[in-house]
Write a new protein. Structure first.
Length: 447
């Protein structure tokens, strides 16, 4: 409709130009020229409208096949982020159940194919991606690990499949060439790094060591944390990258100790347990100085076997929702009663709903068509809605929507990243318990 209106305007401007030219040739000539110009303009408008209608019919015809949404997950059932898998799987399953209860997508239930991503030490993600593509998925939810995503993103997007991650935070994914088919609902770690640095400065920390696993996630978050801490007046005593598969962290911890920091930011996955044990052994553990953890190693189970009280006072950051997620997290127990950690479960839910809404608005379950509508259903001035059923009803009535998920507003920037996001700051009260002590909602800076 908008394209037709633009073409009519161009045609009208052409009529005005022709009429002005005719005024210099006498009244009779002007009348004949005006009549001819009017006829030509009408013909141009008719041809423009026909061209638009033909293009729209062709696009609609192309969108008819396929018409059913097939979604695959690429989330960690195994590997060094396996503790993040259960809440993410539960979030996807909860969303699919709600979508189907509201009539599905384009009149059909969602076909959901669960898939393991493993980690970067295996080829599981590549195998799962191949399987998903062979089974005709148009969208993949995942991966959780930024490093894993980088091993399969080219394969997935080159096949016209849209990829949306609930948990990728590596800054280098912001501008990665992805044919506009890669999106994420977790913020770049440029924001989390700034929050860690600010938390340390606010706590009176003047010197801090940073140690991180050597991959896209660890390197990006470590760089952001160190940069912002130094910019705020702090001194970074050491910035160390380690091999996540290393048998020992003795040398790395010795380097941390030699710097004499007041605090250490530990950026890792499940190997953090072994790293913290070495820090405790060398006298730079949580009882000796302030330790900061992050979304990759915040856990209620990983440190359960540490000596009692070891983790008390440790601070950990994690992307969360602007709204309180307590009720939503409790609802995930209906999907998986064994859940003990909930990180990124809400983001996985929101990502799934976004895919279904984008397919509905596009009128087809095609990866490219879905990607083209993701930003539109997430914002761009539409009417606010918070459930799939309510949003679909608005779309059916021809109303533009602004889906606000359980994590809050989901507007995207030009790179398919969240435009704003919230980082939760937590403190451990025991080895297995932590609680929120603060949160920061802010525009996500570009890398």
């Amino acid at each position: 409709m908008k394209r037709t209106m633009v073409m009519k305007t161009v045609a009208v401007l052409g009529v005005a130009s022709l009429a002005l030219a005719a005024c210099s040739s006498g009244e009779e000539t002007a009348t004949e020229s005006a009549t001819a110009a009017e006829s030509a303009a009408e013909t141009a408008v008719e041809e423009a409208e026909t061209a638009v209608e033909t293009a729209e019919e062709a696009a609609a015809a192309e969108c008819q096949n396929p018409s059913a949404l097939v979604v695959g997950s690429l989330l960690p059932a195994t590997g060094n982020l396996a503790f993040l898998g259960p809440p993410e799987f539960a979030g996807v399953e909860k969303a699919v159940a709600e979508i189907d209860a509201a009539g599905g997508v384009l009149g059909a239930p969602v076909t959901y194919i669960e898939g393991d991503s493993g980690d970067t030490s295996t080829d599981i993600a590549s195998q799962t991606s191949d399987s998903h593509i062979a089974q005709g998925v148009q969208a993949i939810i995942g991966a959780a690990s930024s490093g894993v995503t980088l091993t399969v993103i080219d394969k997935i997007t080159s096949n016209g499949v849209v990829m949306i991650s609930p948990a990728n935070t590596a800054p280098n994914l912001t501008t990665y060439p992805d044919n506009d088919l890669y999106w994420r609902v977790a913020p770049s770690d440029v924001l989390q790094g700034a929050v860690i640095a600010a938390s340390a400065i606010d706590a009176g920390i003047e010197t801090m060591g940073v140690i991180a696993r050597q991959d896209a996630y660890g390197e990006g978050l470590a760089a952001a944390t160190a940069k912002d801490f130094a910019a705020a007046g702090g001194t970074v005593t050491s910035e160390i990258l380690y091999d996540g598969e290393a048998a020992s962290f003795e040398a790395e911890v010795a380097e941390i100790k030699a710097g004499g920091p007041q605090a250490v930011a530990v950026i890792g996955f499940e190997e953090t347990t072994k790293l913290l044990q070495e820090m405790i052994k060398q006298g730079v553990g949580p009882k000796d100085l302030q330790v900061y953890l992050v979304d990759g190693n915040i856990s209620t189970t990983a440190y359960a076997d540490f000596p009692k009280g070891t983790m008390k006072g440790v601070v950990a950051t994690v992307p969360t929702g602007e709204a309180d997620l307590t009720a939503f997290n409790e609802s995930l127990l209906e999907v998986d009663p064994a859940l003990t950690d909930y990180a990124y479960g809400a983001q996985a839910y929101d990502a799934t709903i976004l895919l279904a809404l984008a397919a509905t608005k596009a009128g087809c379950a095609d990866g490219t068509a879905i990607a083209a509508e993701l930003a539109n259903v997430a914002g761009n001035g539409g009417e606010a809605c918070t459930t799939y059923a309510d949003c679909v009803a608005l779309l059916a009535a021809g109303t533009d929507i602004d889906f606000n998920g359980v994590t809050g507003a989901l507007d995207f920037n030009q790179y398919g990243d969240p435009a704003t996001a919230t980082i939760q700051i937590n403190e451990f009260s025991s080895n297995t318990e932590f609680a929120e002590i603060g949160r920061v909602t802010a525009e996500v800076p570009l890398p």
